[in-house]
Design a protein around this ligand. Structure first.
Ligand SMILES: *Cc1c(COP(=O)(O)O)cnc(C)c1O
Length: 397
């Protein structure tokens, strides 16, 4: 599909909204994607308005559009607008849910090998301070979580099952719906880190069976930096007491503490309103592009990139998983990942380095150190893949 005429035409229009794509090969979409022009324009316009009439006044003026941002995100993940909270990052979102659980001595946490380091750090800290245990569910030879092992490990002491949908260090896509079906029969809360999947894989909270899902704005959603959100199922909200409350998330009623009844109990009063409006614009843009088309196109392009890299002598693609995302990681014999990434940047190709410290368990299990990460988006093209392949080969000579 990546080569047909209709697709080329559509991608051409999307690239026109992304001026930097004219000369920069931006394969760092898992780091931060290039925002489309309407997102940038929306933010700049609001900053100008704040300067012209005042920050509170500009926010009042944008009130309906801010509310529409919740509705757009709710639609994006198949939730209700009252189940959405806006934050400043995926980690803030994930920590908000994690630290709101009533941890007790002996609670068990089940997670998987490719978990993100910041999540692991929070789990380890709960283990140290609250006496919880952190257990890694084994993976199948493909790299997916082993569903049979998960079924066996679940019991009434498991307080949380935390899984990353698309890990940061490669193409793996976890079977989150199947995991959800297994967890549904247990009292555990099921938390999905959708940081890399939001914007590249269509999401549906109910189909996944997740109690909570967290994501960032700047990656595949093409929203501004410093944005993120969480979705929490209505039915579990009352089991969650946020660690940080303020006059936006709670109030005092005759000196009794009352929490907001919706997911905004996870928010604080202050935020970058321009960034929120940019996030809303990015989510609407993605909806108009078409989440199913975006997924099919960018995963096909990533497969094309894997084949291109496989053909370069000395290059090894390290992706695992039965199903793959738009994230491609590889190693090149003899040249360290950081050095190769720097050479590629000098040649007009943005990639990033996936260090072992970002996904320590998986990298250690597979005896991998730093990897070059080339993550493609729907505004990237087969021509860019060809140029990238040539630049990698040249950078290795
Ligand atoms: C990038 C990433 C995060 C952290 O996102 P922030 O917005 O930087 O907090 C969490 N999980 C995964 C899988 C990621 O790739």
């Amino acid at each position: 599909m990546i080569h047909d005429t209709d697709t080329r035409e559509k991608v051409g229009l999307l690239r026109a909204d992304t001026p930097a794509s004219a000369d920069l090969v931006h394969f760092n979409n898992a780091g931060a994607a290039l925002p489309p022009e309407p997102v940038v324009e929306r933010m700049v316009r609001h900053l100008r308005r704040e300067a012209a009439i005042g920050g509170y006044e500009a926010a009042d003026e944008a009130h309906d559009e801010i509310e529409a941002c919740y509705a757009a995100i709710a639609e994006l993940v198949g939730a209700g607008a009252d189940e959405i909270a806006l934050t400043d990052s995926a980690t803030r979102s994930w920590l908000s849910v994690f630290t709101a659980l009533p941890w007790r001595e002996g609670d068990r946490i089940l997670t998987a090998a490719p978990e993100y380091s910041s999540n692991i750090i929070a789990m380890r800290s709960a283990a140290r301070e609250r006496g919880a245990t952190v257990e890694v569910v084994p993976s199948t030879p493909d790299g997916d979580i082993d569903l049979n092992a998960l079924t066996t490990m679940l019991d009434d002491r498991v307080r949380l099952v935390a899984v990353t949908h698309a890990p940061t260090n490669g193409g793996l896509v976890q079977p989150v719906e199947k995991i959800g079906a297994v967890v549904a029969d247990s009292p555990a809360l099921y938390l999905v880190d959708a940081c890399q999947s939001a914007g590249q894989i269509p999401l549906d909270l109910a189909a996944i069976g997740a109690d909570a899902l967290t994501a960032t704005g700047r990656k595949y959603l093409r929203a501004p930096r410093g944005t993120g959100f969480l979705a929490v199922r209505r039915g579990v909200l009352d089991r969650l007491t946020p660690a940080h409350l303020d006059l936006h998330s709670a109030w005092l009623d005759d000196d009794r503490l009352r929490l907001r009844g919706d997911a905004r109990r996870f928010e604080l009063f202050e935020r970058g309103v321009a960034a929120v409006l940019g996030l809303g614009q990015a989510v609407r843009y993605y909806r108009d592009v078409g989440p199913n088309w975006a997924h099919d196109y960018l995963t096909a392009l990533a497969e094309h990139l894997r084949r291109t890299l496989d053909d370069i002598p000395g290059v090894t693609v390290t992706d695992i998983g039965a199903r793959r995302s738009g994230i491609v990681t590889f190693q090149a014999g003899g040249v360290a990942a950081g050095e190769l990434a720097a050479r590629l940047k000098a040649r007009g190709c943005n990639v990033s380095v996936s260090a072992a410290a970002s996904t320590p368990w998986d990298m250690e299990q597979r005896r991998l150190d730093a990897l070059v990460r080339a993550s493609v988006h729907y505004y990237n093209t087969p021509d860019e893949v060809a140029r990238f392949g040539a630049e990698v080969a040249a950078a290795l000579r």
